[in-house]
Design a protein around this ligand. Structure first.
Ligand code: C2E
Ligand code: SIN
Ligand code: SIN
Ligand code: FE
Ligand code: FE
Length: 357
């Protein structure tokens, strides 16, 4: 072997060499040369008509290809490989007696790797073959690495998504234990938010994030004392002031995350009681100063609250609730969101029927 390094030698020895030449004297010579050098994977093809099939089957690391053969020439094989966009063409070392540049240019244009001219110089042959094997080996290792990194990344993303959902589920579980609001109420709000956001033209993946985030809008009620949260009658003004803090407490609970769903949830928790005309809380934001996810959730939340029985009120009919939503357009609610809500009203009712209390 012309190389001293033991690992390198192992790589070379296992390299798959294919020799395509109709002249037996040539193939014998090359085969003997490679065998003496310790190569263990040598394929010889004398009949060029078989060549393409065997090449594609064996996928050699190096393809020594004679240009001048009867019936099907080396050029024909190169052109067939090129027509199939085969990357094997970059493993081809052309064997030729031609020295003229026209032939060489044609081969190079087709994408071959290198040339050997007859008569062979054994050292040149072995060095060029080693070079191609080495490069292919490196390319394969890189490809393997990319595939590995890619699959690790995909698993990572998948785990993150699972974690997000689990995190949201656990917080909702905590809310169900604390609040009278049922899982069905949260499911309804979630799904209302989803169809409404989709109607407003947001991408499906964003709507899914809003759907999860919307379910957390009242997470701050965890911080409200039970005597207020579960009071059977109307709240006193003082009690309502404390009740209002569920917005800021919720936002505090969710604050500081870099996770997009939790960021959305934080904004929704903080702003779902803001009103379009500026009369809402906690910041009395007005119009488009209110984040759109807050404006969307507000309509969904109120529609669901109106059509549900509460400790402090009876349930409204769906007609009365819709009329109230419409009436509040431009006052409590963003008119664009109300319009979209009316457009998907049938879908809203279906969701309501699916998760009725
Ligand atoms: P919630 O019951 O989920 O109601 C959400 C929002 O829907 C309310 O926000 C309000 O904008 C609207 N809403 C609910 N019921 C009615 C209604 O009968 N009429 C009208 N016009 N709108 C209604 P709001 O007012 O900021 O209240 C936030 C949360 O505070 C409520 O969530 C509820 O948990 C609690 N709350 C509000 N008022 C009372 C009350 O008088 N007694 C009790 N026990 N809790 C109250
Ligand atoms: C949107 O940007 O598509 C929502 C419209 C709005 O409520 O401002
Ligand atoms: C509201 O109407 O603003 C809150 C709900 C209620 O007072 O019953
Ligand atoms: Fe709320
Ligand atoms: Fe709510």
């Amino acid at each position: 072997m012309l190389v001293a390094d033991k690992n390198q030698r192992e790589i070379y020895k296992r390299g798959k060499i294919m020799i395509i030449d109709d002249v037996r004297a040539n193939t014998l010579l090359l085969e003997k040369l490679f065998t003496l050098e310790g190569y263990q994977n040598i394929f010889v093809i004398h009949d060029p008509e078989q060549a393409l099939e065997v090449i594609e089957q064996e996928e050699p690391d190096v393809l020594l290809l004679d240009l001048n053969m009867p019936v099907i020439s080396g050029f024909d094989i190169l052109e067939l490989l090129a027509a199939r966009n085969s990357r094997l063409i970059s493993s081809v070392i052309v064997i030729t007696a031609y020295q003229d540049s026209e032939h060489l240019h044609r081969c190079l244009r087709l994408g071959v790797r290198d040339f050997l001219t007859k008569p062979f110089d054994p050292v040149e042959v072995v060095l060029k073959v080693q070079h191609v094997i080495q490069e292919n080996h490196q390319r394969r290792m890189q490809e393997d690495q990319i595939i590995l990194i890619d699959s690790l990344l995909q698993r990572h993303v998948f785990q993150l998504e699972e974690l997000q959902q689990e995190y949201v589920q656990r917080m909702l579980q905590a809310m169900k234990q604390k609040d009278n609001e049922t899982g069905r109420h949260l499911l309804r709000i979630s799904n209302y938010v989803f169809v409404l956001a989709r109607q407003l033209g947001y991408e499906e993946s964003h709507c899914h994030k809003l759907k999860l985030a919307g379910a957390l809008h009242d997470i701050g009620k965890l911080a409200i004392p039970d005597r207020i949260l579960h009071k059977p009658g109307r709240l006193t003004p003082e009690e309502f002031e404390i009740m209002k803090e569920h917005t800021t407490k919720g936002a505090e609970l969710l604050a500081g995350s870099r996770n997009e769903i939790l960021l959305l949830a934080e904004r929704i928790a903080l702003t779902h009681h803001e009103k379009w005309d500026g009369s809402g809380y906690p910041q009395a934001l007005r119009g488009e100063d209110i984040p759109v996810e807050g404006r969307i959730t507000a309509v969904c939340d109120v529609f669901d609250a109106l059509t549900s029985k509460r400790a402090y009120k009876e349930a409204w009919s769906k007609e009365d609730a819709l009329a109230e939503i419409r009436r509040q357009s431009g006052m409590h609610f963003d008119p664009a969101v109300v319009q979209a809500f009316c457009e998907v009203y049938e879908g809203i009712l279906e969701i309501r029927e699916t998760w009725i209390d």
